[in-house]
Design a protein around this ligand. Structure first.
Ligand code: 5GP
Ligand code: ZN
Length: 113
C-alpha cells in the first residue's frame, strides 16, 4: 500500500535490520527498542490493524505466530518472550500496518500498564 512505512520496509525501499523472512512474514529490529530483544513481526501483505482481520486474511496471522516460534528458536529466547499488538491510536498504534512486537531478554512486568 502506498505511503505505508512497513510496506516500504517489506519492499526494501526503507532500510531495516532483518531478523527473519519467509513467503508471508517479515521481521526486523525495532528502531526504538523497549527490551534488549525487540523485533517487529508483520505479514508482508498490508492489513491495517487487528480490527481488519477477516476470514480471508486470518491465515496470515497464523503465519506470523509460526514465524515467532522460529525466531524464538533462532534467537534462543528460551526464557520466554512477550508478543504485543496495539490496535488503534488510543492503544498506542502509530504505524497502521498490523504488527506484533516481540520482546525478550529482560523481566517483563505484568500487568503491562
Ligand atoms: P506501534 O506504536 O504502532 O505499536 O509500533 C510501531 C513501532 O514501529 C514502534 O515500536 C517504533 O519504534 C517502530 N518504528 C517506527 N518507525 C520505524 C522505522 O522506520 N524502522 C523501524 N525499524 N522501526 C520503526
Ligand atoms: Zn502496509
Amino acid at each position: 500500500m502506498a505511503d505505508c512505512l512497513f510496506c516500504k520496509i517489506v519492499a526494501g525501499e526503507i532500510p531495516s535490520t532483518k531478523i527473519y523472512e519467509d513467503e508471508y512474514v517479515y521481521a526486523f529490529a525495532d528502531i526504538a527498542p523497549q527490551a534488549p530483544f525487540h523485533a517487529i513481526v508483520i505479514p508482508k501483505e498490508h492489513i491495517c490493524c487487528a480490527n481488519k482481520i477477516t476470514s480471508e486474511n486470518s491465515f496470515l496471522i497464523g503465519k506470523v505466530f509460526e514465524a515467532i516460534q522460529k525466531i524464538a528458536e533462532l534467537e534462543n529466547l528460551e526464557d520466554g518472550y512477550r508478543v504485543v499488538n496495539n490496535c488503534g491510536e488510543k492503544a498506542g498504534q502509530t504505524v497502521f500496518h498490523i504488527h506484533f512486537h516481540l520482546l525478550a531478554r529482560r523481566d517483563l512486568g505484568w500487568p503491562p500498564g
